[in-house]
Design a protein around this ligand. Structure first.
Ligand SMILES: NC(=O)c1ccc[n+]([C@@H]2O[C@H](COP(=O)([O-])OP(=O)(O)OC[C@H]3O[C@@H](n4cnc5c(N)ncnc54)[C@H](O)[C@@H]3O)[C@@H](O)[C@H]2O)c1
Length: 331
């Protein structure tokens, strides 16, 4: 990884106490001139102060809501890179409470972009899009030209968030770019409930010696991507002018069934067991089918490729949570 684009630079991460934001902070800490994390620590989301354990003295933490324009107008000033990772991740929650999802996945981003337009149009702004924007998959692997027909409220709002970013590039000349992430897993993930991240949840169940119940036999394929690879994608896209104004798929490029993922979690943790269950109606209605990302556009534009084999990533995740689980869930 070439760190020179970040040397002497100022970096802001929204959602910086969450899963992906804090892993990005660990990568950047000590490598840029100033690193600021803004997070509102919304209960039930992935924000966790333990996520910055070990780098507390290298980051500035600002507990604020990015929807608050006066905070953002101030915070974006002088930043060279803004990783805009604040958001609401749960698909099910978005269906149960669409207005909250609208606030955190749409209004939040308009607030960040307006602050940049008015006070720092030079900054590079990175957005975290999602595979959920594609909805029901028509062909595999999924490239960026696949139709976008989200199956849930979260997918619609995430798509709108991406469109805002790309519009601000086209109309206002902001240097924005979107990375459409697949299922990301790894250390520092939210683990209190099953609402975020199926593989991390399987890992928790396995570590606790519990039952992993697979809906529909666990035949659905997902593309699991290790968080360090995702962090590297954000950094490489940030450093590349060729990424400006575009959206890129970021995934491992490998399809894995939920059954394979659950079996792997049990094998690596050395505990837990896998069983089958009926598909609950609320989950069935928003099920996207199989997914696997075609990431060649990211490779062409900024040279990113996934590196971490699934088994290595699961092993490192199990080690992290075996050591630190008390900071992520209670018995
Ligand atoms: N984890 C995945 O598998 C995945 C997949 C696709 C896309 N994404 C996107 O990546 C981004 C980061 O996801 P994550 O997995 O790290 O989630 P996370 O819940 O761990 O982190 C999100 C953080 O944003 C903060 N936040 C939310 N709204 C805020 C607001 N208005 N003001 C300030 N802080 C706010 C939360 O407190 C939380 O700490 C999200 O935009 C998500 O949609 C994640």
């Amino acid at each position: 990884m070439d760190w020179s684009p970040f040397e002497g630079k100022r970096v802001l991460i929204t959602g910086g106490l969450g899963f992906i934001g804090s892993n990005l902070a660990h990568a950047l800490a000590g490598r840029c001139a100033e690193l600021t994390l803004v997070d509102s620590l919304i209960p039930q989301y992935g924000g966790n102060l333990f996520n910055i354990s070990g780098i507390e003295d290298k980051v500035r933490v600002n507990i604020a809501d990015v929807r608050d324009s006066s905070s953002m107008d101030h915070l974006v000033q002088g930043q060279d890179f803004i990783f805009n990772l604040a958001g609401q991740v749960s698909h099910i929650d978005s269906m149960l409470d669409p207005f909250t999802d609208l606030e955190y996945n749409c209004r939040s981003h308009l607030s960040v972009l307006e602050a940049c337009r008015k006070h720092n149009p030079e900054a590079k702004v990175l957005y975290a899009g999602t595979r959920g924007q594609y909805g029901k998959i028509e062909r595999l692997p999924v490239d960026e030209d696949h139709p976008e027909r989200p199956m849930d409220i979260n997918g619609i709002h995430k798509m709108a968030g991406e469109r805002y970013h790309l519009l601000y590039h086209r109309v206002h000349g902001l240097r924005t770019c979107s990375l459409r992430l697949t299922n990301t897993y790894g250390p520092r993930h939210y683990m209190r409930t099953s609402r975020q991240g199926v593989l991390s949840w399987f890992i928790r169940l396995a570590l606790e010696g519990r039952e992993i119940r697979l809906f529909g036999g666990g035949r659905q394929q997902r593309d699991f991507n290790y968080v360090e690879d995702v962090v590297e994608a954000f950094l490489m896209a940030a450093a590349s002018p060729d990424a400006d104004g575009q959206a890129f798929n970021i995934g491992s490029g490998r399809a894995t069934t939920l059954r394979e993922a659950a079996d792997l979690a049990v094998r690596v943790a050395g505990a837990g067991r896998v069983t089958e269950a009926e598909f609950p109606d609320d989950k069935k209605k928003i099920e996207i089918g199989n997914y696997c990302a075609d990431t060649r556009r990211a490779e062409r534009a900024f040279g990113w490729r996934p590196k971490t084999p699934l088994e290595d990533g699961v092993r490192r995740t199990v080690e992290f949570f075996r050591a630190h689980w008390r900071h992520y869930w209670s018995e």
